[in-house]
Design a binder for this molecule. Structure first.
Ligand SMILES: O=C(O)C(=O)C[C@]1(C(=O)O)C=C[C@@H](O)C=C1
Length: 184
């Protein structure tokens, strides 16, 4: 097979992989939870080796207040939305703690680039808040405490682990993040 042919097939494969979402009606919401978990790596990189603690209750309050306000504007139950985001925050902290432990033991794995929390990382989390709320709205009818929802959540979560090549730390964080998905 000619090299140009191989390159063409590779390009198609990469495009397909990039456009894939996790499986089922909760796939997109699950992928957004994964993105938020992956941003935890940046949060950890920003904070590690500084005096800024992993737990920042004031920032959590800001995140959750924003969630309640925007959820209300979308016609979502503000407290349910806040509960979902509390799980996202717990998942984020789980990753940060895991990476701190890893980097303390293996300092050579500490990222070279230290992003700025305020100007680089939190704006990404803020954009994800908007995207996640829109997806919570889109999946509102399905997300009830039913077996059907639990099955879709499990399918989406399992496929996300494979699709995004999550290691055990990020897989555990995703499980944490999805605890409230069917608890409408
Ligand atoms: O913004 C931070 O400092 C974070 O660590 C992120 C985050 C979050 O998930 O939104 C997680 C833990 C903190 O307590 C506050 C917020």
């Amino acid at each position: 097979m000619a090299l140009s042919e191989i390159m063409r097939i590779l390009a198609v494969a990469v495009t397909l992989a990039a456009s894939l979402t996790s499986v089922g009606p909760l796939g997109e919401l699950t992928d957004l939870a994964v993105r938020r978990i992956e941003v935890a790596d940046l949060v950890a990189a920003a904070k590690f080796g500084t005096s800024q603690p992993i737990d920042d209750p004031a920032r959590e309050q800001v995140v959750l207040d924003t969630v309640r306000t925007k959820a209300g504007q979308l016609g979502l139950d503000p407290e349910n939305a806040a509960r979902f985001f509390r799980a996202q925050i717990e998942a984020n902290k789980l990753v940060q703690r895991g990476l701190y432990a890893r980097w303390t033991e293996h300092p050579e794995e500490v990222p070279q680039h230290k992003p700025d929390l305020g100007t680089e990382v939190r704006p990404i989390l803020d954009r994800l808040t908007t995207d996640i709320l829109a997806e919570l709205k889109d999946t509102e009818q399905l997300r009830r405490p039913t077996l059907k929802c639990e099955i879709h959540a499990t399918i989406a979560e399992r496929s996300a682990v494979v699709l995004h090549h999550l290691d055990r730390l990020h897989e555990n964080a995703l499980t944490e993040a999805m605890t409230e998905v069917c608890a409408k």
